[in-house]
Design a protein around this ligand. Structure first.
Ligand code: GAR
Length: 212
């Protein structure tokens, strides 16, 4: 770990928040040189909000259905994130498509975890799609967020072997337990230690990506 100042992290969620919890725990035990300064959810009943409150992290609910369009919703989130003076925006199961303007505002300082071996299976239903394709392996990817959905440069990626008796549900659980809960804190730590950065011109690529 380097001796740089601790980074200010804002996490965006929509649901359970297991990845959020893993990052909360990694900040608490100093595996990450940063602190979560706010959690924003577009869903009032997201369990991740309870996890954040239990860790004494400020939370904010911004319900997308209360906004006329994506632009105004994203503008409201951006206001909150910028009030929190975030160094890093972490999308952790945040299930909204973001506008190009929003993505460009945080280019190089916003990352996402996606439950597939990108570039395979951007979008939804990744586990079923891997099974339907007869894939031997599946996994998860942490990537920088760029305007094209789930297509930003990889920070870290890890795979597992699909078992013959795996279902979409068992595979989702295995990817979460065996990969995501370790991969995302590790990727956040690399960013907070200034190890990985995004090139500042297109075509974007990750600089100094370590081996997974
Ligand atoms: C995770 O599996 C994450 O990879 C996925 O949502 C789940 C959130 O779980 N994200 C996406 O599919 C984004 N395209 P969590 O709320 O328990 O961390």
């Amino acid at each position: 770990m380097t001796s740089t100042a601790r980074k200010r992290i804002v996490v965006l969620i929509s649901g359970n928040g297991r990845n959020l919890q893993a990052i909360i725990d990694a900040c608490a035990n100093n595996s990450i040189n940063g602190d979560i300064v706010g959690v924003i959810s577009n869903k009032a009943d997201a369990y991740g909000l309870i996890r954040a409150r239990q860790a004494s992290i400020p939370t904010c609910i911004i319900p997308h259905q209360e906004f006329a369009d994506r632009e105004s919703f994203d503008a409201a989130i951006q206001d909150q994130i910028d009030l929190l003076d975030a160094d890093l925006v972490v999308l952790a199961g945040f299930m909204r498509i973001l506008t190009d303007d929003f993505v460009r505002h945080y280019l190089g300082r916003m990352i996402n975890i996606h439950p597939s071996l990108l570039p395979k299976y951007p979008g939804l239903n990744t586990h079923q799609r891997a099974l339907d394709a007869g894939d031997a392996t599946h996994g998860a990817t942490v990537h920088f967020v760029t305007p094209e959905l789930d297509a930003g440069p990889t920070v870290l990626q890890h795979s597992l072997t699909i078992n013959t008796d795996d279902t979409a549900e068992s595979l989702a659980e295995r990817v979460m337990e065996e990969i995501e809960l370790a991969l995302y804190p590790k990727a956040v730590a690399l960013f907070c230690d200034n190890v990985v950065t995004l090139s500042d011109t297109a075509p974007y690529r990750t600089l100094n990506t370590p081996e997974t």
